[in-house]
Design a protein around this ligand. Structure first.
Ligand code: NAP
Length: 495
């Protein structure tokens, strides 16, 4: 079979699991005004599918459905909610190759990254299937003895989810699974670049028996026009957003008018810090993984590399060798480790950052130029000798570019990292346990990886501090975002 035939076959199988219409109140339907949007493959530029593009009327219908389903779903026994989530976990795994290929097709990541996302994304369905049956209130006597204090947990109510294109499955399950476990109903607006995976997930939820109206999915080419009326609607009780800090800030302002509960998973700019006492081979391997996962398009990707002066040259040389030899190509091809960036615009932004860094004095050790040919590819790039005040060290790169700079002391690198206005992830390489604890207490981030490249886990709270956001997803903390606490004061039964 030729490579072309194999691609066509994989593509057909993947597209077969993704409906192309809106999912509202348990039914698949076109947009009320007939609008559509094209979904393209960034590796080739070819259109993969043309899908319905929701307008404000469709969004309102989706919220109508979520509001109508609210009470029944909240009263559905936790065990039933749990088993539906568990069934969805099993079904996503049965379709893991199709889900992986779908993500490779619509956003470009290599199949190995896409398969890892299926495992990670599905795990939220299993984790919250297990948490659904452990939602508890409490009962206590007041200190004075005159009251009994009953605390009840309730689902917050209908939620709006807005997700980005970089992890099309995991960003949806990380919100949907805890919400459904808590008893909330949902309207999901996925990114316009990658709606197919969300539609395939909705089909899975429908297949396993999640009732009509509990989950509604409204992809659209006009995000604000669709979400603004929902944010103003009194029936909506919660917004959970994952995306850029700029859009998150604007959504927070809009949400203020309706005093919505909000969770914000926003941009990052993770420092990757290597001390002279670290295992250098491990640090280089972890640098490759934290930089290159998703072709650098991850909010928790290593963004700037701060290496203690005594090992900076050795680190840079080894990183250059490793990144310079990674196979680039269509993510569907075996052995490819670097796919295209999600779009031509994304590639142009990355290239501009590299050029600005070079103008500021950085040296290109490998990569650093837009290649010829189709697809929005950008080569893995190492920038050496980056001046400590260069703009690229403080900007979210969202591409396969590793700027390396040096430092002398712990205080210096901590102050430099903490100067950032965002604080999502940080990576520390050191052999000194006391230093690890000092960083755990002082580095201003929500996630700290220690001598480790892959720290995201469904059982752990994911989220940032400062302008990286509000709230946590994953772990026991993740379900709290979807629960209200109601206090019931009871009279002393012995009075
Ligand atoms: P983005 O441009 O902020 O878009 C995110 C989502 O918001 C998309 O669905 C987008 O729709 C929608 N959107 C854009 N403008 C909107 C508006 N005015 N009203 C309502 N919705 C709007 O971010 P992105 O480029 O997709 O994703 C990359 C960013 O996400 C990075 O900054 C990354 O760090 C961050 N991220 C954070 C986390 C985390 O957990 N902290 C995880 C992943 C990604 P369209 O697709 O139609 O534009």
């Amino acid at each position: 079979m030729t490579e072309q035939h194999r691609h066509a076959e994989v593509t057909a199988r993947a597209l077969a699991i993704a409906p192309t219409e809106l999912f509202v109140d348990g039914a698949w339907r076109p947009a009320a005004d007939g609008a559509t949007l094209d979904v393209a493959n960034p590796a080739t530029g070819a259109v993969l599918a043309t899908i319905a593009s929701a307008g404000p009327d469709d969004a309102r219908a989706a919220l109508d459905a979520a509001a109508s389903a609210r009470d029944d779903w909240a009263r559905t026994p936790a065990r039933t909610r749990s088993e539906l989530l568990r069934a969805a976990f099993e079904r996503v795994h049965e379709l893991s190759e199709e889900f992986a290929a779908l993500m490779t097709l619509e956003m470009g990541k290599p199949l190995t990254d896409a398969r890892a996302e299926v495992t990670y994304g599905a795990e939220f369905l299993r984790w919250y299937a297990e948490e659904a049956v452990r939602i508890n209130g409490r009962y206590a006597a007041s200190p004075e003895g005159n009251l009994r204090l009953l605390t009840v947990r309730r689902p917050v109510g209908p939620c709006l989810f807005i997700t980005p294109w970089n992890f099309p499955l995991a960003m949806a399950t990380r919100k949907i699974a805890p919400a459904l476990a808590a008893g909330c109903t949902v309207v999901l607006k996925p990114a316009a670049l990658t709606p197919l995976t969300s539609l395939a997930l909705a089909r899975v939820l429908e297949e396993v028996g999640v009732p009509a109206g509990v989950v509604n999915v409204v992809p659209t080419a006009s995000a604000g026009a669709v979400t603004d009326p929902l944010l103003a609607d009194r029936r909506l009780r919660k917004l959970s957003f994952t995306g850029s800090t700029a859009v998150g800030r604007s959504l927070l302002r809009t949400s203020a008018d309706n005093v919505l509960r909000t969770s914000m998973e926003l941009g990052g700019c993770a420092p990757f810090i290597v001390f002279e006492d670290a295992d250098l081979d491990l640090a280089v391997e972890n640098a490759v993984r934290t930089k290159m996962r998703n072709i650098g398009q991850a909010c928790n990707a290593a963004n700037s590399f701060h290496v203690q002066r005594g090992v900076v040259e050795a680190f840079t040389d080894r990183l250059t060798e490793r990144l310079g030899s990674l196979p680039i190509g269509n993510g569907l091809d075996a052995g490819v480790e670097v796919g295209p960036l999600v779009s031509e615009d994304a590639r142009a932004d990355v290239d501009t950052l590299v050029r600005d860094a070079v103008a500021a004095g950085a040296r290109v050790a490998t990569g650093g130029a837009v290649p010829e040919g189709p697809g929005s590819f950008y080569p893995p790039t190492v920038l050496a000798d980056v001046p400590a005040d260069a703009a690229i060290l403080g900007r979210e790169i969202f591409g396969p570019v590793a700027p390396v700079t040096s430092f002398d002391t712990e205080e210096e690198v901590l102050a430099r990292a903490n100067a950032s206005e965002v604080g999502l992830a940080g990576y520390l390489h050191t052999g000194d346990m006391a230093r690890v604890l000092r960083f755990a207490e002082r580095l201003e981030v929500g996630l700290l990886g220690v001598n480790s490249p892959a720290i995201s886990n469904a059982a752990a709270p994911f989220g940032g501090v400062k302008h990286s956001g509000l709230g946590r997803e994953g772990g026991p903390e993740g379900i709290e975002e979807y629960l209200e606490t109601v206090y019931v004061g009871l009279t002393d039964p012995f009075a």
